[in-house]
Design a protein around this ligand. Structure first.
Ligand code: NAI
Ligand code: MG
Length: 337
């Protein structure tokens, strides 16, 4: 029986890069049936909404989606469609790997997976102004909401991820020295849970600011990192920078009932339709999706072909210093499968 996957081409460069990625995945012979669905600005014309109910129903049924970037339309009552999708499916774990693929950067062997809590913390959306005297905006407050349920499931996810992917160490990055309650709860639950994994996964905790410095100075000290929502937002861009930036950065949004795989970059309206968008970040997200579906062989073959391709500078797209196109890079990967 084929796996059905919801495919959301999305906006801007989305359709070009998803088409390239679908071609590569299909070339492995992976038994996947795509259920193509609209979302984003491109969905508004046909459905009058950037997130049509049919798209949500499809994800609910298939439980897995590969998604191109979505342009967040201005003035339709959505802060961000991506945030809305995360909320709808309670995608609590944001998994962002950063691995050196193109040599020549500051470090040759970065291999870090950042696991960010994706539903609460400082991004729980509880924010308001405080009026004092005649000034309605004399102060403002954001709540860092941390629940035992929330920290328990993200930490469990991180430890299980380490076990399943043969990773040696989990680093919990936090600020429990200052935020004694919210971050203290995170740290306490982590320390307690680490005991269950003793002998299988090493555990350490680091204060977030010191961890940021250490990541830049000596990334080899890190393996799996787990942290609160905003800390993870910042650190995940930092580690993407260690391995060459957005063009190669994939992300997975994992929930109990559904998971959405995507590139970290946006819809790149400045280069949309020109055929030069780099499909490799979305392709790496596609490999994560294949692994998630248990298609490890197909994923490994793409990874290998991909690694050989990125060593040939000419076949890369202009953002990575090459002269290739979206489809020529897909062809190059397919030739090496
Ligand atoms: P962006 O990531 O789309 O573009 C930033 C720069 O990187 C641009 O110069 C662009 O040409 C380049 N770039 C991005 N992806 C590339 C690729 N695959 N190949 C070659 N060059 C690439 O960020 P920006 O401009 O801030 O956002 C544009 C739109 O995308 C916005 O509407 C934003 O809301 C949306 N967005 C969507 C995301 C998602 O769906 N996950 C994530 C980030 C932004
Ligand atoms: Mg971010």
């Amino acid at each position: 029986m084929p796996h059905t996957v919801t495919l959301i081409p999305g906006d801007g460069i989305g359709p070009e890069i998803t088409e390239a990625v679908v071609r590569v995945i299909e070339a492995t012979g992976a038994d996947i049936q795509w259920d193509r669905r609209d979302a984003g600005v491109s969905a508004i014309e046909r459905h009058n909404t950037p997130i049509p109910p049919e798209t949500l129903e499809s994800i609910r049924a298939t439980r897995v989606a590969l998604k191109g970037p979505l342009t967040t339309p201005v003035g339709v009552g959505f802060r961000s469609i991506n945030v809305a999708l995360r909320k709808e499916f309670d995608l609590y774990a944001n998994v962002r790997p950063a691995k050196t693929l193109v040599p020549g950067g500051r470090y040759q062997d970065v291999d870090i997976v950042l696991i960010r809590e994706n539903t609460e913390g400082l991004y729980s959306g509880v924010e308001h102004y405080v009026g004092i005297g005649g000034d309605p905006r004399a102060a403002a407050e954001s709540v860092m909401l941390v629940t035992r349920f929330g920290v328990d499931r993200i930490l469990r996810y991180a430890f299980e991820y380490a076990v399943q992917h043969g990773r040696k160490k989990v680093t919990l990055a936090h600020k429990a020295n200052i935020l004694k309650y919210t971050q203290g709860l995170f740290l306490d639950v982590g320390r307690e849970m680490a005991k269950e994994y003793a002998g299988r996964v090493e555990f350490e905790d680091r204060i977030i600011d010191a961890a940021a410095m250490m990541l830049v100075m000596d990334p080899a000290k890190f393996d799996v990192i787990v942290c609160e929502n905003m800390f993870g937002d910042i650190l995940s861009d930092l580690i993407a920078g260690l391995v060459g930036g957005l063009g190669l950065a994939p992300g997975a949004n994992i929930g109990k009932d559904a998971s959405i795989f995507e590139a970290v970059h946006g819809s790149a309206p400045d280069i949309a339709g020109k055929g030069v968008a780099n499909p490799l970040a979305l392709l790496t997200a596609g490999v994560m999706m294949l692994e998630h579906l248990g298609m490890r062989d197909e994923g490994a073959r793409i990874r290998k072909a991909f690694t050989a391709t990125v060593l040939e500078k000419d076949s890369l797209t202009p953002d990575l210093g090459g002269t290739g196109t979206t489809s020529s890079i897909a062809d190059a990967v397919i030739r090496r499968l």
